[in-house]
Write a protein of this length. Sequence first.
Length: 237
Amino acid sequence: MTFTRNPGRFAGLLYVLTSVVGFFAMGYVPGKLIVHANAAATASNIAAHETLFRLGIAGQLIGQAAFIFVALALYDLLKGVNRRRASLMVILIVVSIPIAFLNELNSFAALVLVHGADFLSTFDQPQRDALAMLFLNLHGRGIVVAEIFWGLWLFPLALLVYKSRFLPRFLGVWLALAGFAWVILSLTATLLPQFQDKVYRYSQPAVFGEIAFMLWLLIRGAKPQAPDAAASSSAIT
């Protein structure tokens, strides 16, 4: 079945591709290079694998920019259910993107410190390593800020999926749980950071709702109702 006849499959493909890029940039690269509580080892890893570090930055930028097109594809798929909620979904996604873009300045700053530019000659190596680690930690805090919107946009999406009648309702419920999970993760990291790892571990089953949704779209697809049927459904709700 072509993407034209099944727009849900096209949205799912975009969603999966951007998620793969995001996992590489936010999961694989930091896992390979960053050694927690060891600034010298982290700086050494970045210096030795600068290309990988730069690919991580590029992946963040490309993934965030590409998610705009995911938002538009989902809007086209679900606007017939409720245009206002679909618009709110897009707005909440778009708000998070400048935050993520600006956050990458912290990664660039860490890279400059690791290189040890001439204007940094007044700092010795351990000081530069410590400052690089500081900017990497700030990058992590920037992700915490963006996580609020990563959760909030899932609420209108969840309601749209639940009301759509051409997607399973359990996916709508699961997406709502994923939204709560992201918001709780962000607030926990802000207010109770000592519990962040534990909350992250217990929230994973909820977060997987987003993965289930994108895979459903990619594999099964979704086709909106005809305009007349969608209008009557919207009037009822």
